[in-house]
Design a protein around this ligand. Structure first.
Ligand SMILES: [Zn+2]
Length: 196
């Protein structure tokens, strides 16, 4: 089912503050009003709203050509608490950016991978985070078609990071959460202890 949540006047003003050649301002976790947006559980966006195309074009400019280039960006990072993100597809030829409207991660692999992450909304912080090695994601395109696919590796890590943004979760929240947990290294056998 395609949701219908029209963009607000404020959201449209943000989108049309510049044209499609101009990056958008990226909200920062150190600014209280902006952090509030970054911590919001985002609402769905109408894929067939013609303004969404412009938003995607400007988010692309922001992540590809902004002051800091990135590998993914979510709508709340440019001030719209909406369920939309862009991800660089390292698993495809020429590594294109692709957009995902109203995405849902419907399956996370139990096997995890650990890698360093940073965020366009968090300055000068890079830390190791555990993520699922593979995920299954569903999403819409601009025509309202619904898709699903299974993605793995680094691209899956980016998707999980961006999907967290839509639920108001930053990677630094994951770092704190994971400090409490114990992880087993799947590459190591349980060491045998010989008594001598
Ligand atoms: Zn981020």
């Amino acid at each position: 089912m395609i949701p219908c949540n029209p963009l607000t006047t404020e959201e449209l003003a943000l989108i049309f503050e510049g044209d499609q050649t101009q990056p958008m301002y990226v909200y920062q976790d150190g600014v209280p009003d902006e952090l509030q947006v970054l911590k919001t559980n985002c609402t769905e966006i109408d894929p067939q709203d013609t303004n969404v195309k412009m938003l995607i074009a400007r988010m692309y400019k922001t992540v590809a050509d902004g002051d800091r280039a990135g590998v993914g960006i979510a709508a709340p990072q440019v001030g719209l608490a909406r369920r939309l993100f862009l991800v660089k597809r390292f698993d495809k030829a020429n590594e294109p950016f692709e957009f995902f409207i109203n995405p849902q991660i419907v399956w996370y692999s139990a096997v995890l991978q650990q890698g360093d992450e940073g965020c366009l909304s968090i300055e000068d912080r890079y830390e190791a985070v555990y993520r699922s090695l593979a995920v299954q994601i569903t999403y819409f395109d601009l025509e309202g078609n619904h898709y699903q696919e299974v993605v793995e590796g680094y691209t899956a890590v980016i998707m999980q990071h961006e999907y967290d943004h839509l639920n108001g979760i930053l990677f630094t929240d994951r770092v704190v959460e994971q400090e409490e947990r114990q992880y087993e290294d799947a590459t190591l056998e349980t060491p045998l202890v010989y008594e001598v």
